[in-house]
Design a protein around this ligand. Structure first.
Ligand code: GN1
Ligand code: MG
Length: 359
């Protein structure tokens, strides 16, 4: 946890009123930023943006400010509730900027959406609702000018580049861990062929470049605690031009898994086809009409590809000494990589079945 005195001082720089200094406690399950729930009235969420992951946190905050302003207009036009269906950034009191720079670190404050919860697992109905929220999110961003966005992490979902980063980590092996994870390395390297299918499609124009979310794991969706309705897709740090295939696949990588990304008992880790089917139904209902034939064709492969990519990123970070994802124990990233590779192995023989869902 960050120093509470620092967090308190940071909080006082945002345009939020409180009398007694409100309690601040760790919040959520993100692997990257420091996230805190602040008991202001109404409650807010304070985040320290991870500088190692985002070299220009000011640009991350600017992107989020632009995207949320745009979404709020669209939500209002749709007759929705702009305070509930996307994030609301609270500006800094003096500068009006969507972040506070304090002692070299960047912080931002957002309103907590009332009555909402995030989930680590979901049943098919909830996934279908999440898919519709995702489809509406992409549709609302359909006219957003892509050149108004900073590319906060270049080549974020470029699976070929992720393989190169893995190979570099194997070659430099800074922690001497490579020899002990030969099996996982071999699993990944055996799957390099074809890993550029989405990036190549983007380059050739067969797959349209859209403004996408890029981190659609289930716990970035908010559900109404009472009704179970899916309200919003949050964590907008990585909204950048990309392919919706990575978003579709990533939502299922996490949401259709039988167990969490943190599960180390691999006998519990597999894909639930009912979850994949339900999400796909909601997704196609909302967005199906705007997919190109190539996008539709690649939907099943995208689940496998993003899961492989995520496993590769965890393995690369394990080899590199756990410098990117927050870890709770020494083999944490290795366990996460094994978990993702178990999902890949599970889905590979079932890709033909999945093709039937998207025909
Ligand atoms: C990170 O920060 P968080 O937990 O929302 C990562 C995603 C990974 C995810 C794996 C900026 O997301 O790309 O899929 O962990 N975000 C970044 O859980 O790298
Ligand atoms: Mg994120």
């Amino acid at each position: 946890m960050d120093d509470p005195a620092v967090l308190g001082a940071v909080l006082s720089r945002f345009a939020v009123d409180f009398t007694d200094r409100p309690p601040i406690a760790p919040f959520g399950r993100g692997h990257v930023n420091g996230t805190y729930l602040v008991r202001t009235d109404p409650p807010t969420v304070l985040q320290r943006i991870n500088r190692a992951v985002f070299p220009r946190p000011d640009r991350v905050a600017e992107n989020v400010a632009r995207v949320t302003a745009y979404l709020k207009e669209k939500i209002a036009l749709d007759g929705g509730d702009p305070d509930r269906e996307t994030l609301t950034l609270i500006p800094a009191r003096e500068t009006g900027l969507p972040y506070v720079l304090f002692d070299g670190e960047y912080y931002r404050l957002t309103g907590l959406i009332p009555g909402a919860e995030s989930r680590e697992t979901a049943d098919p109905d909830a996934l279908c609702r999440a898919a519709k929220t995702f489809g509406v999110f992409l549709r609302r961003l359909g006219g957003f000018p892509a050149d108004a966005l900073h590319e906060v992490i270049p080549r974020f979902h470029d699976t070929r580049a992720r393989f190169e980063q893995l190979k570099a980590a194997i070659a430099s092996d800074p922690c001497g861990r490579a020899a002990s994870v030969r099996r996982e390395i071999d699993f990944a390297l055996a799957r390099e062929e074809g890993c550029g299918v989405i990036v190549d499609g983007l380059a050739s124009g067969e797959i349209p470049l859209r403004v996408t979310h890029n981190d659609t794991k289930l716990n970035n969706f908010l559900f109404d605690r009472e009704t179970g309705e899916c309200i919003a897709l949050i964590d907008l740090d990585t909204v950048m031009p990309g392919s919706l295939l990575y978003d579709y696949g990533d939502a299922l990588r996490f949401g259709a898994a039988s167990a969490s990304e943190e599960e180390a008992d691999l006998s519990k880790v597999f894909f639930r086809l009912d979850n994949i089917a339900a999400f796909t139904r909601g997704f196609l209902e909302t967005l199906g009409g705007s997919l190109t034939p190539r996008e539709r064709e690649l939907l099943p492969c995208s689940i496998r590809l993003i899961t492989l990519e995520c496993g590769i990123r965890f393995l690369t970070d394990y080899l590199s000494g756990d410098v990117y994802f927050r870890t709770a124990y020494p083999a944490h990233n290795l366990d996460r990589a094994r978990n993702q590779f178990a999902l890949v192995a599970d889905i590979e023989p079932r890709l033909a079945d999945l093709a039937r869902l998207t025909d």
